[in-house]
Design a protein around this ligand. Sequence first.
Ligand code: ZN
Length: 195
Amino acid sequence: MRCPFCQSLKNRVVDSRLKRDGLAVRRRRECSECTRRFTTYERVEEVELIVVKKDGSREPFNRAKIIQGMLRATEKRPVGIEVIEGFISNMERDLQEKGEREVDSREIGERVIKKLYEVDEVAYVRFASVYRSFKDVNQFMDELRELLKDKSRMAAKGKKRKGGVKTEGAASGGKGYEDLADTLNNSVKRRGKRV
Ligand SMILES: [Zn+2]
């Protein structure tokens, strides 16, 4: 570190202490040339994540925006805010640990979709129908069918159903499926309007 008085690079640390908030180390240094003292601070570099959008434009990683999107998708669904916030914190840490400053908006979107898929199928469909620009309703239906197949396979594996044969399309109990169908209808209607 260059001495601010004489520009010499030679100095020694005479005192070193952690700041009270624990976020920085303060060091008193004495210049070996002019013997004057100056202070340096060492702190963890905060890497601000930059999101690269589809059109190539960039914006800072915006936690609030992702929370909003996920809250919209999980409205009136049994998904707690702490689940959403925890997920976003994990994602942020994960992306920062990769050490890359830029992240594709697509990657964030896919992570959100995967998470919603895990926690609530209705929220998943809501988010996916908006986020993934499905070419048409058929493509959307295909994806939905796959999802339902997956879920009922998982349910079948988890526990034997009492009712026996009537498992077709039962995602996680009949109610869930009705909700899902409603959501699907609504989003198809909405998409229809937009075109
Ligand atoms: Zn000096």
